[in-house]
Design a binder for this molecule. Sequence first.
Ligand code: HEM
Length: 449
Amino acid sequence: MNTQSKQYTPQGPKGSLLSGNLMAYRKDPLQFLTDLQRDYGGAAAIRLGPQKMYVIYDSDLLKELLITKQEHFVKLKAFQEARLFVGDGVATSSGEKHKRVRRLIQPHFTRAHIQTYAGQMADIVDRELHRWKPEQRRSLTDDISNITFAIIAKTLFSLEGDEYARAIREPYETINLMCAERMRVLAAMPLFVPTAKNRAYKAALQSLDRAVYAIIKARRANAEIGEGDLLSVLMAARNDQGEGMTDQELRDELMIMFIAGHETSANALSWAFSYILQQPEVERKLYEEWDRVLQGAPPTAESYMQLTYTQNVLWEAMRLRSPSFFTGRSAVRDVEIGPIQVKRGQSVLFSPYAIHHNPTYFPDPQAFIPERFENDLIKRIPQFAYMPFGGGPRGCIGNHFAMLEMVIALCMIGQRYRLRLTPDHPPIEMEPLMTLRPKNGITVIVDKR
Ligand code: HEM
């Protein structure tokens, strides 16, 4: 696309008079977002109900949205629904508040700092694997979520044990389903209407709140626990007036970390297994790399660097099944993105999932080929042609964290067990909720390696 031309109004599919393209989006959001790129190229205009929005795919436009003009945007208005439970933490807040918290927590997520978590990550995977027994039939997706949740709880908040995990993950499951459903309909039933669904939703929100506030209360009562961890840093922070964060502000930051930090990694890792278990050649190459590099030892921050094929398997899984399958921004003033005139209040979406299926940069886009990431593929293609972690000042803060934990978990599971999909396993389909996950999970038989 010529992004230099003076004016350009992107085109889009004709929708119905009332709901615009909402039905097509609701029916299959992944296909809808992918078809838009195929049919309209770098940018498309759509209408979801009364709201006209743009969906952009072009690298130059993405650069403006996410970097050079990012201060004119806030997180997508449609995510308002999610704010009900995640609140106004670092992933949803804007302006100075966002900058302050992001600056505060950034040191905990640098490449160097993440390395200090490697030992704890490996311990958690080891503990989880001790529960596995040969010939067992297990829900791999649940097991992996347990692992990534326990890793966040321990490394960032010094929490141990299954109790926290249950208290947070169970209500979150209900919320996740309902929130995605509410975001997809034109007008969700207001929460004060006492339908069965609304009641279940509100009860889950309350349970989630109780669990997170209990963590804060326990820490306020005993500040010595977890000295130096992310929670202690959040609690010690003071604003210009010398005031610390309120319980509600802390709750919002914790909630974001729990949710953003465990589900995406769990999905990416589950998708990686879905391909490994169906492509023996990939499995063979992984075993070869683990035997050569690790020689039976658990992976560490140092050996991580040499586990390049393992990393490429994860990059390729996140290309084909980007956990964050779409996101976007809403304009706080009239602004031009390339030649597109975005009006104040209008939203601009982008879909890493669709972008990653562009055959120009990923020939044979549906095929799982980890080797395509060899020889610095990312440096050879335009910025934002591959973007599982988003980009710019609001890109994922946990990208290094996620890669390290996923490599550690993948290696340790594979070093110890040979997994097989259950013989009667249905095809693994995609379920686009808040993130993209395998519908109905993945069930495996565990064999000793
Ligand atoms: C494979 C795993 C992960 C994927 C694919 C992923 C993806 C993303 C993406 C695409 C964004 C940007 C969204 C946007 O631009 O609207 C994001 C933001 C964020 N992620 Fe991740 N993420 C992952 C793991 C993690 C982990 C492990 C953590 C924390 C430990 C984390 C914490 C966050 C936070 C706090 C933000 C908001 C950043 C901000 O707005 O300043 N993520 N993530």
